[in-house]
Ligand binder design. Structure first.
Ligand SMILES: [Zn+2]
Ligand SMILES: [Zn+2]
Ligand SMILES: [Zn+2]
Length: 135
């Protein structure tokens, strides 16, 4: 039996918030307190494929704050569907252009990219880019 949908593949990446140290980078509670994102492990599991969180530039830190990025939850990466294209709402910036509070873009969830229109899981993939020219 062929699975119609690719199984979720979790990939361990370096925790962006603590940069893999496992410690709270800002030491709000204590310099020795564990990172709230990875729980002190230094890595986080993220669904693959993923892209660097455009909203926080992959830092895992909410812009202009010492809080975890709400878009990627501090991991610095956001799972995306493939194929994908730059988000038309935020133009790939991951920031809601209509919000003055610098909220992440709700369309792409801060990723800066969205699933390419026309490509649906289980649907017939549009063939493109195949050059028919014989060599
Ligand atoms: Zn961490
Ligand atoms: Zn982020
Ligand atoms: Zn967007």
């Amino acid at each position: 039996m062929m699975a119609t949908k690719a199984p979720t593949r979790l990939k361990d990446i370096t925790c962006a918030f603590c940069q893999g140290t496992g410690r709270d980078p800002f030491g709000i509670m204590s310099p020795l307190s564990t990172c709230c994102v990875c729980g002190g492990v230094g890595t986080v599991a993220i669904e693959s494929p993923y892209v660097q969180c455009a909203f926080c530039n992959g830092t895992g830190v909410y812009p202009h704050s010492r809080l975890t990025c709400t878009a990627c939850e501090g991991t610095g990466a956001t799972p995306v569907d493939e194929p994908n294209e730059p988000c038309p709402n935020c133009l790939g910036l991951g920031v809601d252009p209509h919000s003055e509070a610098e909220f992440y873009c709700a369309v792409c969830h801060g990723a800066g990219v969205v699933a390419k229109a026309g490509s649906r899981p289980g649907g017939h993939a549009v063939e493109r880019g195949h050059k028919a020219t014989a060599s």
